[in-house]
Design a protein around this ligand. Structure first.
Ligand code: PBG
Ligand code: ZN
Length: 274
C-alpha cells in the first residue's frame, strides 16, 4: 500500500479512466491536507482536498459513485479522529464537526459519506446535519464495527496519521469482542445508517457473517491496507500466486456475506474478473 494510491488531485483525475473502464462502480476518497492543525480544518473547508477531488471526479464521471471517508485523523496535527480537549478526544464536540464535514462533502458532489471515526452518536449527528442542509438523499455508510487493528499500519504510514499520543483504543473496538459489533451495528441502524461496514475484513469474517445475518441493510467489508500489503509482499517475494490469492481472499469475504467490498486490489481484481 504505501504510496500505491496516493495522488495529487491532478494525478487522481488522471487515474480515473482506468477505474471506470475496468467497470469499478464506486471509489472511496481519503484526504491528506497540505497542512494539519489541531481542529482538522482541512476536513470541512470548501477547498479541502476531498471536496476538490470529489468535484473533479463527478464533473468528469457523473455516474461514478464517489464515497468520502469522514474522519479527522488525517487532518489533525495530533492524529486523533476528533477534537481533543485536555488530552482527550471530546466525543460530543467532534460530532458537530463531523456534521459540518459531511455537508461540505455533499456540497462538493460526494454521493455517500462514510464516517470512520467511531464517535458515539456520529451517524445520528451526520444525518441531522445533512438533512438540515437539504441532503436528505445522501446516504451514510457506517463503520459499525471498526476494530483497533494492527492491519491499518500501511495506511497510517501513507496518511502520516498515527496518533501522536495515546492510541485509538478508546473509540475503536477490541478484537476479542464479537458481540459488541452487533450492538454497534444495531445502534447505527437506529441512528439512520443506510449501509453497514465491517473493518478489517479477513480477520473478522465471523463478525461480517454475524452482522449480515442480523442486519437488513447492505453490508460492506473493508479489506484494509495491511491485508492488501501482506498479499502484495508475499507475491513480490515469490511466495504466493498473487492473482489466485487475491481472488480467494475476496471470494471468502463475499462468502462470509459482504454485499460489496472496499479493496485496494479493486483495479487488478476487476481486470482479472473481466
Ligand atoms: C481512520 C482510518 C483508518 C483507516 C482508514 N481510515 C484506520 C486508522 O488508522 O484507525 C485504515 C484503512 C486501511 O488500513 O486500509 N479513520
Ligand atoms: Zn480516524
Amino acid at each position: 500500500m504505501p504510496g500505491h494510491f496516493q495522488y495529487s488531485c491532478e494525478e487522481f483525475v488522471k487515474a480515473l479512466p482506468a477505474v471506470v473502464s475496468a467497470g469499478i462502480p464506486a471509489i472511496i476518497l481519503f484526504g491528506i491536507p497540505e497542512k494539519k492543525d489541531a481542529r482538522g480544518t482541512g476536513a470541512w473547508t470548501k477547498d479541502g482536498i476531498v471536496q476538490r477531488a470529489a468535484a473533479a471526479a463527478k464533473a468528469k464521471y457523473p455516474d461514478l459513485v464517489v464515497i468520502a471517508d469522514l474522519c479527522f485523523c488525517e487532518y489533525t496535527d495530533h492524529g486523533h479522529c476528533g477534537i481533543v480537549r485536555k488530552g482527550r478526544v471530546d466525543n460530543d464536540e467532534t460530532l458537530e464537526f463531523y456534521a459540518r464535514t459531511a455537508v461540505a462533502q455533499a456540497k462538493a458532489g460526494v454521493d455517500v459519506v462514510a464516517p470512520s471515526g467511531m464517535m458515539d452518536g456520529q451517524v445520528a449527528a451526520i444525518r441531522r446535519g445533512l438533512d438540515a442542509e437539504g441532503f436528505s438523499g445522501t446516504p451514510i455508510l457506517a463503520y459499525a464495527a471498526k476494530y483497533a487493528s494492527a492491519f491499518y499500519g500501511p495506511f497510517r504510514d501513507a496518511a502520516e496519521s498515527p496518533p501522536r499520543f495515546g492510541d485509538r483504543a478508546s473509540y475503536q473496538m477490541d478484537p476479542a469482542n464479537a458481540r459488541e459489533a452487533l450492538r454497534e451495528a444495531a445502534l447505527d441502524v437506529e441512528e439512520g445508517a443506510d449501509m453497514i461496514m465491517v473493518k478489517p475484513a479477513l480477520p473478522y469474517l465471523d463478525v461480517l457473517s454475524a452482522v449480515r445475518r442480523r442486519c437488513q441493510l447492505p453490508v460492506a467489508a473493508y479489506n484494509v491496507s495491511g491485508e492488501f500489503s501482506m498479499i502484495k509482499a508475499a507475491a513480490k517475494a515469490g511466495w504466493l500466486d498473487e492473482k489466485k490469492a487475491v481472488l480467494e481472499a475476496l471470494t471468502s469475504i463475499k462468502r462470509a456475506g459482504a454485499d460489496f467490498i472496499l479493496t485496494y486490489h479493486a483495479l487488478e481484481a476487476a481486470r482479472w474478473l473481466a
